[in-house]
Design a protein around this ligand. Structure first.
Ligand SMILES: [Zn+2]
Length: 202
């Protein structure tokens, strides 16, 4: 249809919609390792709780670096969380919550995308934290799709280990070559693009 004809569009149906007081929102917090993703997630959870909202927090079972039933930032902020293996488990557990929070979302399988849609369609807000790129600088898991469907995406930087610039890459310094290797600063360093590329060439 030409723009000049758009006054012909029938908008009478809009009166069938009731006014929205608030809408559910999907927010993604992403970045490399040591960029404060979990810290920002815990701050968002705390913000919702201060508004009187009930938040349920999920994390993948495989991430057992810290306490089994908490998510913990590198600064040792923490909040209780439910360990799950498959995203569909969230569908049995989110109903009493106003907000669903998910940490380390890059580790979940492809069903997380549909599960998040179902939860948002029920009027719940979702806040998701995860690595946007793996150690080879490829998009990690379903994070690209989650970022595409989000209402808001916050990209965090870390500090480059070599030049102190803004780091977007999680470089693995151990010799493991599997995609998922859990570890801290013994296995990964955050790097900027220039230092990452320079190291790759060596
Ligand atoms: Zn650098």
């Amino acid at each position: 249809m030409k723009i000049s004809q758009k006054h012909d569009v029938n908008i009478s149906g809009r009166y069938a919609f009731s006014p929205r007081v608030s809408n559910s929102r999907i927010k993604v917090i992403c970045g490399p390792m040591f960029s404060g993703k979990t810290k920002h997630l815990i701050a968002a959870i705390s913000h919702y709780q201060k508004e009187g909202k009930k938040v349920v927090v999920f994390k993948p079972q495989l991430d057992d670096r810290y306490g089994d039933d908490h998510i913990v930032s590198h600064d040792k902020d923490e909040t209780p969380a439910i360990n799950i293996v498959r995203p569909a488990e969230m569908l049995d557990l989110f109903h009493n919550a106003d907000v669903v929070a998910i940490d380390e979302a890059q580790f979940f399988d492809a069903t997380i995308v549909n599960v998040c849609s179902i939860i948002a369609d029920q009027g719940k807000s979702i806040v998701i934290a995860g690595l946007d790129m793996d150690y080879k600088a490829n998009p990690f898991g379903e994070m690209p799709l989650l970022m595409a469907m989000a209402d808001e995406v916050k990209k965090l930087n870390s500090v480059c280990t070599f030049c102190s610039g803004k780091a977007r890459f999680s470089h693995r310094i151990s010799q493991d070559d599997q995609l998922v290797v859990l570890g801290e600063k013994d296995k990964y360093v955050p790097l900027c693009r220039s230092c990452y590329n320079e190291l790759k060439e060596k």
